[in-house]
Design a protein around this ligand. Structure first.
Ligand code: SAM
Length: 239
């Protein structure tokens, strides 16, 4: 599989320093992925390098102007050798990030992340690139709450994607039977490690039995209980 390249566009490039660490840092060192970070202000005009303006129709806050975004995205597209590009626009109004979406994006060639600030990015940026050849636009949200900007949402989305890329995890078996990727989107059973008793709490007896069939069925049952509990809570919240 060829290397996936990531281009991140933001007015706060320093937000991405954690990408040097841990799995994502190692994935770059091993040349499994490449990450380039772009400062949107480099595409802004004038002494103040302004990237926002007042909203048409009135209302509070400022909206990010389409021109610097258009220039930044065009420049990334022009400098890419990929034939297909996924432009991910982070917004709380987007489709909710799921394990399934992360899996889908982990198979792509080139991912561009557009991080909004203020009241978000002028919607014509989404519309324009929706009809640009070779570009797939995806508006993504990481949850039903509002962050100050798209940078943290980008870090979350990238971590979910990158750990699925073959070769990134030391032990690929870690991806088997994980929460949300299992059939029916069940969550994983609870995990335990040594010591066998901690602060008076013993590890469930069955896990010490060495009986793999019994352990398997206990874990399946625990996963079912946790999933039912989680879905019950979610239903309660949406009603
Ligand atoms: N006015 C927008 C609204 O009500 O939908 C909120 C804008 S928010 C303050 C600024 C930026 O943060 C957004 O453009 C987006 O890039 C990012 N953002 C905020 N919450 C997010 C979420 N839940 N998921 C993804 N991005 C988010």
């Amino acid at each position: 599989m060829s290397k996936i390249s990531f281009d991140l566009i933001s007015i706060f490039p320093d937000y991405f320093s954690p990408l040097k660490l841990s799995l994502i840092g190692k994935a770059q060192e091993s040349d499994l992925i490449s990450i380039a970070i772009h400062d949107l202000r480099d595409q802004a005009e004038g002494v103040h390098k302004s990237v926002d303006d007042t909203p048409y129709g009135g209302g509070a806050g400022m909206v990010m102007s389409p021109e610097p975004w258009g220039k930044a995205i065009d420049s990334v597209l022009e400098n890419s050798e990929a034939t297909e590009h996924d432009l991910i626009i982070l917004t709380p109004a987007g489709e909710k990030l799921t394990q399934k979406i992360a899996e889908e994006l982990s198979t792509r060639e080139h991912l561009i992340f557009a991080c909004g600030r203020y009241e978000g990015i002028d919607y014509r940026v989404t519309e324009y690139y929706q009809s640009a050849p070779g570009v797939r636009v995806r508006e993504l949200s990481i949850g039903d709450y509002v962050l100050g900007g798209g940078e943290v949402a980008t870090l979350v989305t990238m971590e979910a994607i990158i750990r699925l890329i073959p070769g990134v995890l030391g032990n690929p078996d870690s991806l088997v039977e994980e929460s949300h990727s299992l059939p029916d989107e069940v969550v994983e059973y609870p995990n335990f490690t040594k010591p066998a008793t901690w602060r008076g709490l013993p590890v469930p007896e069955v896990l010490l039995s060495g009986n793999h069939a019994l352990i398997k069925s206990w874990r399946e049952e625990q996963a079912r209980i946790r999933t039912a509990k989680l879905h019950g809570e979610l239903d309660g919240r949406t009603r």
